[in-house]
Design a binder for this molecule. Structure first.
Ligand SMILES: [Zn+2]
Length: 238
């Protein structure tokens, strides 16, 4: 009986093994195919910086949400979209944390955090930085994304293209212009192409509601990712 029992289970056992092998093979084939069908060889590594985090929440939205949370939500979505387009990515942070390595006071920890961000960007080969932030203003009327650029020559071109694409898609009617990121430590100290995106005004109730929504965050990331893709392709063609 015991033997019969075992034999009786054999086909099921074999079927399970075959299914597992099949799923594993399908998975690896699918992964290989996607990798082989990458639209182009990507030369840049995209460093995604979710602004603030941990001890530094950044601004607070009119609905009471911390900027650091919105920045992280958007940064994580951007990571997924950039990877889908075949880019390698480096995340400055993936949780609600500050990345300081020294300091006994909040002020000194914030300084250390910014230095760490610069170090990560500058130690990444062929880096292209996208720093995600949210804007705020005492008057709740103001809205629209705005792009700021770092010192490297190409940064300005990327910022202009990104600003144009935002003004023509998600921020229709906006006449905001890209600007140099004067006084922003991270942007002034990176060696590579980099932009800082103020995704919108979290002091504007209508825009804040959009910025909190999954749908709008995904659209934001699609605009950023497609712009970076177009920009890097044109750069790499010389
Ligand atoms: Zn910020």
């Amino acid at each position: 009986m015991k033997r019969y029992h075992w034999v009786g289970f054999l086909p099921f056992y074999l079927l399970t093994v075959i299914m597992f092998i099949g799923i594993a093979m399908w998975g690896s084939t699918a992964t290989t195919t996607i990798a082989q069908n990458r639209p182009v060889e990507r030369e840049n590594i995209i460093v995604i910086d979710a602004g603030h985090g941990g001890i530094d929440g950044g601004a607070t939205s009119c609905g009471g949400v911390l900027e650091s949370k919105l920045n992280l939500d958007i940064a994580l979505r951007l990571e997924a979209v950039m990877q889908l387009l075949g880019f390698d990515t480096v995340m400055i942070r993936t949780t609600d944390t500050s990345i300081y390595t020294e300091g006994n006071t909040i002020a000194s920890q914030k300084v250390s955090d910014l230095k760490e961000r610069v170090r990560i960007v500058n130690e990444t080969p062929n880096a292209l930085l996208i720093s995600i932030h949210q804007n705020t203003f005492p008057d709740g009327r103001y809205s629209g994304a705005q792009v700021f650029y770092g010192g490297a020559e190409e940064s300005r071109g990327l910022a202009q293209l990104l600003q144009t694409n935002f003004n023509q898609t998600l921020c229709k009617g906006s006449n905001r212009k890209s600007k140099k990121a004067d006084g922003v430590y991270l942007m002034q100290n990176i060696d590579c192409t980099g932009v800082l995106l103020e995704c919108g005004f979290i002091s504007n109730p209508e825009e804040e509601a959009k910025l909190r929504s999954e749908e709008y965050q995904i659209k934001l990331c699609c605009v950023i990712a497609s712009t970076v893709s177009t920009f890097t392709q044109s750069q790499n063609r010389g």
